[in-house]
Structure formats: structure tokens, C-alpha cells
Design a protein around this ligand. Structure first.
Ligand code: GDR
Length: 351
């Protein structure tokens, strides 16, 4: 690494006999790069001309290997949100301009079973990353920080719709850990004059969503039922309401937050709310199955000790200050996911 970090960032490449100089391509470090949002964000940053680094943990991380193969432009760097020293080393190596902290235990149901781990990774992990930035970054080497805050912080909602001023009332160890992550981000911004922002993102889905989350669980089951591979879909409570958007739209908002003059927090949401039941019904309809109730069974195992009944976000600030708005409607999102899973499952059948 050069004295000021610049010499390594001066890249020279030969294109068609001409020298092309690319001086100071911005660098971004993304934690949680193997997840749904990590993949969309890495793609987006790559399109914006960034060098993209992904923080991955463990000695042999199969998921990281798969993502590295699919997105060869991501340079994987080892590190763990539970280990401050590893974060310091990763930042020293990457010297990022921007850090996106998307890494977390992100499945709410699991957080009830592994509450301490959730507090450690999803909560304290944010503090560790902020400390690492303070140690490695500082005034001469400012690193902008994005924290993935969540609508789960609103939990048992104090008002509807929820905006940046709505008080938090988390209903799960995950929500509690996210509140800590949010508050410590605000605290570091105010204490150390850091450019640190939180995006309070409402549920966002896509064909890349993990199968444990209700939307993907449903669309994949619908595809399998349509193809005769499955006869039932076991679900928990169908009455909670969520504000569901498309993940590809939401990563754009993350990036926009780090391009402003002042660091601030923003709610990112569609402003529409739908019952889980509606999602299920639409997903079956997208596969031309009208009598969906025949296939859906309730199962205690998928009920939560405490539930978040209603979420709907007011993203006026993101719309007016960032110029952000969602591009995919709720029915389009459901159809996109069902069509993807129909193709995925039929391709599997053929091979
Ligand atoms: P959520 O997402 O908890 O809102 O958090 P999830 O898709 O897991 O649940 C949404 C709602 O559906 C109900 N539900 C079921 N959920 C799952 N996973 N499986 C089921 O079988 C089932 N049946 C009913 C749930 O009880 C809940 O009410 C997501 C995560 O991505 C978080 O990390 C993120 O912070 C928030 O969205 C915004």
C-alpha cells in the first residue's frame, strides 16, 4: 500500500492499444455480500464504476464461493462482524470510501432461538464496524458508513404510517439488536462527526430472497405445487401486514444516502401494506391456481412468540431529498418471483 493509499488505486489498463487511466475508482466494502441485498448492491456499485469488496467469514464458505463465481468482479476479503481485529485488517486492506453494513442474523424467527448470537452479530457487529472505521479511517481518510436498519424496529407500531420520527418498539431479539445498531450509528455520527447513515428499510423481496422468508417460501411452493412436486404449503400467521418492495430498488436508496452533503437517516418503503394472505393468494393466482386455500395449512412451528402485526412506511423524505421511488408494484413483484420459481423448478426437473 502506498503512503497515501493512492498509488495502489491508480490502475492502468491497455484497451485496444490505448492506455486508459482510471484514477481513484471509488471503493466499497459490503458486509453480508452473499445475501439478497449484498448481491443487488454489489451489482449496482459495479455498474456505477466502483471496485467492490465483500466481507466474508469462515475458512471454507460455500455460499461465498458460489457468489464469487457468479459475480467475479467482487473481491472477497475475510472478516467477521464478531471480531474487531478482523474488521480493522479488512479496512486497512481495502481502504474503502464507503462501507455498507448489510451483514446480520436477519431471520426474525431464528433470532428468538439464537438471541445472544443475534445481539452479538446484528447489534454489536455495528459497533465493531464503527470502531474499526474510527481506528483505520479518521479525518485524513474518511469512510462513509451505511447501516442496514429495519422496519422491525417499529414492531408494535406507535403510529401509522411509520416515518423517521416514529418511536421504536421492537418485538423480537432481531428488532432489539437493530435498534442498538441504529442508535449507535446515530451516536457515532454525533460524537465523532462521522458520515454515518441508517436506512430504515421496510421488507424488500426478489427472486434472490432466501427460502426461509415468507415471500420466497410461498412463491417457491406455488411453483412446486403447480408442477406437481409438492401438495401442501405450511405457514404460520397469515394476518400480519407488511410493506413489500423490490430489493433491486432498495439498494439504490442505500447508495443515494451516502452521496448527500449531510449524513441522515431515511425510511425506504412503498407506502402500501398487504396481508401475508394477500401475497399468498396473488402468488397462487400468478400460477393460475384459484383455490389456494386447498393447499395452505397452518403450522404452529411457524408462529412467533411475539408478532409485528402491521407495517407501512412513509418514504416522503427519501422521495423528496434523495429523489428515490420504487419502480416495481406489489403485483409485479409477486409475478416476478412466481415466474422465476416456475422456471427454476422446471429447469431442475429437466436436468
Ligand atoms: P419479516 O419477514 O419477519 O417481516 O422480516 P418474513 O418474511 O420472515 O415474515 C413476514 C411475515 O410473515 C409471517 N409468516 C411467515 N414468515 C415466515 N418466514 N415463514 C412462514 O411460514 C410464515 N407464515 C407467516 C411472519 O410471522 C411475518 O409476520 C424481514 C427480514 O428480511 C428482516 O431481516 C428485515 O429487517 C425485515 O423484513 C424488514
Amino acid at each position: 500500500m502506498g503512503v497515501d493509499g493512492v498509488s495502489d488505486r491508480l490502475t492502468v489498463s491497455r484497451l485496444g492499444g490505448f492506455l486508459e487511466w482510471s484514477l481513484l475508482m471509488p471503493r466499497a466494502l459490503v458486509t453480508g455480500v452473499t445475501g439478497q441485498d449484498g448481491q443487488y448492491l454489489a451489482e449496482f456499485l459495479n455498474q456505477q464504476g466502483y471496485e467492490v469488496f465483500g466481507l466474508v467469514k469462515g475458512q471454507s464458505n460455500t455460499r461465498a464461493d458460489i457468489v464469487a463465481e457468479e459475480f467475479p468482479f467482487i473481491e472477497m476479503v475475510s472478516g467477521d462482524l464478531q471480531d474487531l481485529t478482523s474488521l480493522v485488517s479488512a479496512l486497512e486492506h481495502v481502504q474503502p470510501d464507503e462501507v455498507y453494513n448489510l451483514g446480520a442474523i436477519s431471520f426474525v424467527a431464528l433470532s428468538f432461538k439464537q438471541a445472544e448470537l443475534t445481539a452479538n452479530v446484528t447489534g454489536l457487529g455495528v459497533l465493531r464496524m464503527l470502531e474499526a472505521i474510527r481506528i483505520v479511517g479518521g479525518r485524513d481518510n474518511p469512510m462513509r458508513f451505511y447501516q442496514a436498519s429495519s422496519s422491525e424496529m417499529f414492531g408494535k407500531v406507535r403510529e401509522t404510517p411509520q416515518n423517521e420520527q416514529t418511536p421504536f418498539y421492537p418485538r423480537s431479539p432481531y428488532g432489539v439488536a437493530k435498534v442498538f445498531g441504529h442508535d449507535i450509528t446515530v451516536n457515532y455520527r454525533e460524537s465523532y462527526d462521522m458520515y454515518a447513515c441508517s436506512g430504515i428499510l421496510f421488507n424488500h423481496e426478489s427472486p434472490r430472497r432466501g427460502m426461509e422468508f415468507v415471500t420466497r417460501k410461498v412463491t417457491n411452493a406455488v411453483a412446486r405445487i403447480k408442477l406437481g412436486l409438492q401438495s401442501e404449503l405450511m405457514l404460520g400467521d397469515l394476518s400480519p401486514r407488511r410493506d413489500w418492495g423490490f430489493a433491486g430498488d432498495y439498494v439504490r436508496a442505500m447508495w443515494l444516502m451516502l452521496q448527500q452533503d449531510q449524513p441522515e437517516d431515511y425510511v425506504v418503503a412503498t407506502g402500501e401494506t398487504h396481508e401475508v394472505r394477500e401475497f399468498v393468494q396473488l402468488a397462487f393466482a400468478a400460477a393460475d391456481i384459484e383455490d389456494w386455500e386447498r393447499y395452505v395449512k397452518q403450522d404452529e412451528r411457524f408462529m412467533r412468540p411475539a408478532e409485528v402485526d402491521l407495517l407501512v412506511g412513509d418514504a416522503t423524505k427519501a422521495r423528496t431529498k434523495l429523489g428515490w421511488k420504487p419502480s416495481i408494484s406489489f403485483p409485479e413483484l409477486v409475478t416476478m418471483m412466481v415466474e422465476h420459481d416456475l422456471k427454476l423448478e422446471s429447469d431442475k426437473l429437466r436436468h
